[in-house]
Design a protein around this ligand. Structure first.
Ligand code: USQ
Length: 417
């Protein structure tokens, strides 16, 4: 199949491209490199040194003998979106090009607005352009398990049967997101569902849990590594815990640490996206996949990380900073996740095994971690309306707020600092 990945330079986009190429699919991609700029904005960098885009393309050519067609630009520009879809006419569009950090969206009003405006605009532009130029194509849209929040009942996959005042219906399950970022995904879900219904498009809304890990089988050379963020804004829980252990810092489950989330290894996340692509829904069908393997409490992750760290001669402590977020620190959590299994999905990675792999890989980049140890501690507080000044001070320079939209043109040639 011919697959267009938006956000191909990102943590998931890059390994997805490699995975699809290895399975014989044709891959094209879009990126504006905004994540690279925004990670710099908060004073951090990827633990893995990420080559500039042309070097990534070259590595794919050299190591896999394959080609990725690439378009640098921003989904905020509708003519750009139209131009790419007109040239590519893909069978599937995997939409990963969104601001993906909850803490980033909570910095201040500008970051909240940038997150929601960009995420919603990009999705609407894609929906309109698909309707116009490739109405038969399948949109695989990255949503998040965080759309549902933590209700005191089981969480279905998107829809549930409800009886109310003697009548029954199948309705979207209520959303109770926990950040401006997570709410942007809720609004996107509504837009994708509506566009699918009125225009007869095909779409899969992937409610993805927290991804962890750094490796997929296709990453056979350092030139093919994906980015790995560990700062408080861009790093996710388990990835951060491993880095904290390596740097001899306490592992930081926030608050009581009894908050639970669904987790999935990077490699299995790629498997499930591919299965979604290879099994498109019917025209007019909007379907929802809850994409995670197992639910863990944050304390359990911290404990597991500590135990594996011991195997590597490290002896981290576990400390509980006050939760910078406003979230239930103890709650019921039982989401259903059957739809992907029905398509043949099987988890291949076990948490402890991935933890060992993370320790092995990241110790090689210890100096890059060491140089940025100050960005690990949580600064962005959900209750504060303005966290920018604190962040700016820590980043050691003036922060101009959200990075400005990129100008379409030639890809940068410099390797990420
Ligand atoms: N947490 C800690 N300590 C830390 C970091 C996080 O206790 O040092 C806790 C958070 O308070 C939260 C949980 O771990 O309860 C998950 O936080 P996270 O930063 O790992 O993930 P989150 O902000 O929810 O967002 C990440 C991705 C996002 C994706 C989402 C899936 O950044 O793009 O949509 O995971 S989910 O969490 O299922 O909504």
């Amino acid at each position: 199949m011919k697959v267009l990945i938006t956000g191909i330079d990102g943590y998931s986009g890059w390994p997805l491209a490699l995975h699809l190429l290895a399975r014989g699919h044709e891959v094209a991609g879009i990126d504006s490199f905004v994540t690279r700029r925004r990670v710099r904005e908060v004073g951090s960098w990827s633990a893995t040194p990420i080559p500039a885009w042309p070097k990534r393309q070259e590595a794919v050519r050299r190591l896999l003998g394959r080609e990725i067609r690439f378009y640098r630009g921003d989904l905020a520009r509708y003519p750009f979106v139209e131009e790419v879809l007109r040239t590519e006419r893909p069978d599937a569009v995997v939409h990963l090009a969104e601001q993906r950090s909850a803490p980033y969206s909570m910095i201040d009003v500008h970051h909240a607005v940038a997150t929601q405006a960009e995420n919603l605009t990009g999705t609407l532009h894609l929906l309109y352009a698909m309707r116009e130029l490739c109405p038969e194509a399948h949109l695989v849209k990255m949503g998040t398990m965080g759309e549902y929040g933590t209700p005191n009942v089981d969480i279905p996959e998107g829809f549930f049967e409800i009886e109310y005042r003697g009548r029954s219906d199948r309705l979207p399950f209520p959303r109770q997101a926990g950040s401006w970022y997570h709410w942007s995904k809720v609004f996107d879900s509504g837009d994708v569902m509506f566009a699918t219904r009125i225009w007869g498009l095909r779409s899969t809304d992937v409610m993805q849990g927290v991804i962890y890990g750094i490796r997929t089988p296709e990453i056979t050379d350092d030139a093919l590594l994906t980015r790995f963020d560990f700062d408080e804004i861009w790093g996710t829980a388990l990835n951060r815990f491993v880095v904290e252990a390596i740097l001899g810092m306490p592992i930081t489950p926030y608050g009581k640490g009894l908050q639970q989330r669904g987790f999935i290894a990077l490699e299995d996340s790629m498997q499930s996206l591919r299965l979604a692509i290879e099994h498109p829904p019917a025209a007019g069908e909007y379907r929802v996949f809850n994409q995670f393997d197992a639910a863990y409490s944050i304390n359990e992750l911290a404990e597991r990380t500590r135990a594996i760290a011991e195997e590597f001669g490290l002896h981290p402590t576990i400390e509980h900073p006050p939760d910078p977020r406003v979230e239930a620190e103890e709650h019921y959590y039982r989401p259903v996740h059957d739809h992907l299994t029905a398509l043949g999905y099987r988890a291949t990675r076990e948490l402890n095994e991935v933890l060992r792999e993370l320790f092995r890989d990241l110790r090689r980049f210890r100096r890059r971690l060491e140089a940025k140890r100050h960005v690990l501690l949580p600064v962005v507080q959900w209750r504060n309306a303005d966290n920018a000044a604190t962040l700016t001070a820590r980043a050691g320079g003036p922060s101009a707020g959200p990075a400005p939209p990129p100008v379409a043109g030639t890809p940068p040639t410099r390797t990420e600092a």
